[in-house]
Design a protein around this ligand. Structure first.
Ligand code: HEC
Ligand SMILES: [Cu+2]
Length: 312
């Protein structure tokens, strides 16, 4: 089926099964009822002006049939739906835990082995994973269409879901709950690795897949980070003010903090802004930028600075 997203988790086929059965039953009854309606409308139409309307009393057998059959169908549908729902809500004992935090407007993932990633969720093919999720600020919703899983996440409470990815590949993760200006930018990728590739990733040092980004020139790597680590949700590169100041012309500019003191945006200032954004707040802005300490490596911060320098 190409009119729905690819099915790439153990649960996807089951969810599709429920939807397919409900849709087919609905189509069947829609066609049946429409056909009977048209047939009766034609057959019992008034043919002459003085024709009398027939007097029809109820039919007990008919009423029993159209009560009992739909009741049985609905009960069967409920049981079928419930069985699949229960499986979706019950993680297997051998599932590994990943902590998910949603905040305006990015996702962070903390793994059982101490790794941490931003806007990229790494999972191993055919291994069940359980997402333990919470929000830092407002309601968000964790949604991976290709896996057919979706769950609201809330501040101050953990919610969870689980799945077993079945196909190697890269899939979309959306926030499915309107959560403010940057909502449409709150995107992440789910990267399903083969068991061998996952082992390599797991042993790798650093916070990201160092291997495939190391070869990029710093400014290009910085541009990639700008998009993939969610800076673009709050910082434009064309001079417009989104949630934070634009990166255009940032390097070397003189600015003012909330407390009235002024600063010059050099390398150290930019680094500090990324790692300790709450220390000093730029005048006219809210203290909403999350810290990227432990999320971006030193090399990545350097790359972002190199990128910002190109935005004159
Ligand atoms: C949730 C929105 C948000 C995200 C995401 C975000 N920032 Fe910010 N950023 C802000 C806001 C708001 C300010 C201004 C207030 C302050 O100083 O903290 C700011 C300030 C800055 C400044 C100082 C700008 C100046 O004009 O002095 C830099 C540099 C910066 N951010 C870099 C980054 C980088 C790099 C990323 C991505 C890795 C990022 N930010 C992600 C909201 C965000
Ligand atoms: Cu959101």
């Amino acid at each position: 089926m190409t009119w729905i997203p690819e099915a790439a988790s153990n649960l996807a086929g089951k969810v599709d099964g429920v939807i397919l059965v409900i849709t087919l039953i609905s189509i069947f009854f829609f066609v049946l009822i429409s056909a009977v309606l048209i047939y009766f409308a034609v057959k019992y139409r008034r043919r002459r002006d003085d024709e009398e309307t027939p007097y029809i009393t109820g039919s007990e057998p008919l009423e029993i049939i159209w009560t009992v059959i739909p009741s049985i169908l609905l009960i069967l549908l409920f049981v079928y739906g419930f069985v699949v729902y229960k499986e979706m809500r019950t993680p297997p004992k051998d599932a590994v835990d990943i902590t998910v935090t949603g905040k305006q407007w990015l996702w962070t993932f903390d793994y059982y082995n101490g790794k941490k990633t931003l806007n990229e969720l790494y999972v191993r093919q055919n291994r069940p994973v359980r997402m333990i999720m919470r929000a830092d600020d407002v309601l968000h919703s964790f949604f991976i269409p290709q896996f057919r899983v979706k769950q609201d996440i809330l501040p101050g409470r953990y919610t969870q879901l689980w799945f077993t990815p079945t196909k190697v590949g890269t899939y979309d993760l959306f926030c499915a709950e309107y959560c403010g200006t940057g909502h449409s930018q709150m995107l992440a990728k789910v990267i399903v690795l083969s068991p061998e590739a996952y082992d390599i990733w797991e042993k790798g040092i650093g916070v990201d897949e160092g291997a495939n980004v190391a070869s990029l020139p710093p400014a290009e790597l910085g541009a990639k980070i700008y998009k993939e680590k969610g800076c673009n949700a709050c910082h434009s590169i064309d001079g417009s003010v989104v949630i934070g100041p634009s990166f255009k012309g940032l390097y070397g500019k003189t600015g003012v903090f909330e407390d009235g003191s002024s600063y010059t945006a050099d390398e150290n200032y930019i680094m500090k802004s990324i790692l300790e954004p709450q220390e000093e707040i730029v005048e006219g802005f809210q203290p909403v930028m999350p810290s990227f300490k432990g999320i971006l490596s030193d090399d990545e911060v350097t790359a972002v600075i190199a990128y910002i320098k190109t935005l004159k």
